[in-house]
Design a protein around this ligand. Structure first.
Ligand SMILES: [Zn+2]
Length: 160
């Protein structure tokens, strides 16, 4: 790092801070990794896996997640897709805590939608057993069912 008050590295006789400093800092910022979205895809044992809020969701359920990358190429990343998907859950939120809860729930439903139809019941039962404070399992199942239907309608390419 050249000194701010020293001569600029470009060979001009001007002080670095008055010469190339701003340009260099802009280049530095451009190289920095983008901020992590709330939900993102990682690869886990060779398979795409959606992680949310730093907590891994069940592995091996996103066989169709390759579609994410196709959508990303089309300009909508997985985080944007997820946000669009969970919108109805977020509409009733009053505060950040609720919002975060619903985002996590939305990611659960997202993964639930992506398992094969005949594996969904098992994952749903697993999920229910792991979720504390589900006041009404019947209601939760109904909501999960609706969200899976919504996912199929919104992202048909992931359900081919
Ligand atoms: Zn310079």
């Amino acid at each position: 790092m050249p000194s701010r008050n020293g001569p600029c590295h470009c060979g001009s006789t001007i002080k670095y801070k008055k010469c190339c400093l701003a340009k260099d800092e802009a280049a530095q910022r451009a190289l920095a990794p983008p901020p992590q979205p709330a939900s993102r895809l990682i690869h886990h044992r060779g398979r795409p896996l959606l992680v949310s809020g730093g907590r891994d969701l069940p592995a091996g359920v996103l066989d169709h997640a390759v579609e994410f990358y196709a959508a990303k190429d089309r300009g909508e990343g997985p985080a944007a897709q997820l946000m669009r998907f969970v919108q109805p859950l977020l509409d009733g939120c009053d505060d950040d805590t609720q919002m975060e809860k619903m985002l996590n729930l939305g990611a659960v439903f997202w993964n639930l939608a992506l398992v094969e139809d005949d594996e969904r019941e098992e994952l749903l039962a697993q999920t229910l057993s792991k979720l504390p404070n589900v006041p009404d399992a019947v209601e939760f199942r109904a909501l999960a069912h609706d969200m899976v239907k919504r996912h199929k309608a919104m992202f048909p390419a992931m359900h081919r």
